[in-house]
Design a protein around this ligand. Sequence first.
Ligand SMILES: [Zn+2]
Length: 195
Amino acid sequence: MSTLDFMLERNKDFAVHQAARGTLMPSLPRALPNVKAIIIGCADMRVDPAYVLGIQPGEAVVMRNIGGRITPGLLEQLGLLGRIGEVAGEIPGNGGEFNIVVLQHTDCGITRLAGEPAMLTHYFQIEEGELKAKAVTDPRAAVAAAVALLRAIPVFPEGWLISGLVYDVATGLAEIVVPPARIRAVAHEPIGIES
Ligand SMILES: [Zn+2]
């Protein structure tokens, strides 16, 4: 049996089981009560959020690229995603908690591009002098930089939570590097001082 035949056999099982459980999604409902997150992660086969975070069908939009990095290409896709949601009238989280999670990992293949500055500057669309700030060889620093970059972009609803995780491929554990917090501080009333 070829690899593709094997995959298609698995797909038949998937279709039967999803249909039986009523979890197939032939159309997107206008309110999406189960979708809890947008996860930005690496394309690496070891770090699929469906496995490492137990994401079930319908729970998260998962966007993966090399390194799980915030690139102009990724931002373009997030913009398109937002517009698709607006057009369809879909409401992620249905008013409840909604998370953006940046999930990077140890032993990431992007570290092997550290000696290829031309490829990396093109990927990030930055000058070579700015490359150090991307911390390509340090997932903890890189995930913090990625979260900071997303916070600086005023496109997400301020009530959304953002966090940064680093998954350790050796232990299987994801560590919180940037704890979940509102993507932007909500403007609050001045606090009265009692005299
Ligand atoms: Zn990776």
